[in-house]
Design a protein around this ligand. Sequence first.
Ligand SMILES: NC(=O)C1=CN([C@@H]2O[C@H](COP(=O)(O)OP(=O)(O)OC[C@H]3O[C@@H](n4cnc5c(N)ncnc54)[C@H](OP(=O)(O)O)[C@@H]3O)[C@@H](O)[C@H]2O)C=CC1
Ligand SMILES: O=C(O)[C@@H]1CCC=N1
Length: 283
Amino acid sequence: MSEDAPRTTHPALTILGGGVMGEALLAGVLASGWAVDDVAVTEPFAVRANELSSRYGVRAADGNAKASRRADVVVIAVKPKDVGAVLAEISGALRPGTLVVSIAAGLPCAFYEQRLPAGTPVVRVMPNTPAVIGQGASAISPGTHADEGHLALTERILATSGLVVRADEKDLDAVTAISGSGPAYVFYVVDAMAEAGVLLGLTRARARELAVQTVLGSAALLAETGEHPVILRERVSSPGGTTVAAVRELDAHGVRAAFLAAAEAARDRSRQLAAEAAAPQHG
Ligand SMILES: NC(=O)C1=CN([C@@H]2O[C@H](COP(=O)(O)OP(=O)(O)OC[C@H]3O[C@@H](n4cnc5c(N)ncnc54)[C@H](OP(=O)(O)O)[C@@H]3O)[C@@H](O)[C@H]2O)C=CC1
Ligand SMILES: O=C(O)[C@@H]1CCC=N1
């Protein structure tokens, strides 16, 4: 880059929790040009903290309070049951105006606002694991004190790992049930298709290779054509052919109804997580 080229400035970002999603967000911002000095991660398990530090070159040695003190944006990426304890640690350390972004399932913005200094801007996010390869889907929703600038900043951070959409907070449990948990449904379908291939005599490796490429190609076809899935399904289904015979079995075995029930169960569990996190801790 020439010395005259404009430099993009990035806010100081601290990610609390270096697990699956914390690492995905970390990798995304670094790949998008965040400097390692602008990003820190916290992780209580020292072996994991060292791993993240040596893999990405970011600071991972500090505790939550110290790492949050110098941040412009703090991303909470611990499990929902651990969020209350983390907020108690960082509440006194945040500088006024620090944006708190949480990816924890279930917990509403109000949960954070009740535990952080008055006026703290909070944005709730529901990402998903394809963020690991920059193919994630995230929905974001503002708390009481988050303005357009906070939403735009959150979008900037999440866009480094995929699609970002804005959603009303009342819809975030539904988003969790569809795109948050959704990758697991797709992996389940791929595994079932591969198993079916084995049943029909294909090797396991060949069956999985074909199932993965079929899902990849079908998703790309949907995204690139913008066609309705029913239209694309009809194009596969020749009159009197193999596909219509197969889809009749999916219907007969209640696969569509199972997806609807699964989404309701995930939505309900998301609500329960909020209730459990708000309940007094025992033990
Ligand atoms: N996995 C997913 O598909 C999605 C997850 N989410 C949400 O993201 C959050 C993280 O999930 P995920 O990454 O899967 O979970 P992980 O268990 O992989 O990551 C959580 C990390 O937080 C660490 N941790 C625990 N306590 C603390 C603490 N007090 N301070 C700092 N770090 C701590 C854990 O360390 P240790 O293991 O040593 O305890 C662990 O590394 C959850 O709230 C989840 O609801 C949202 C969307 C999708
Ligand atoms: O299973 C969970 O609770 C998290 C939230 C969405 C995906 N994984």
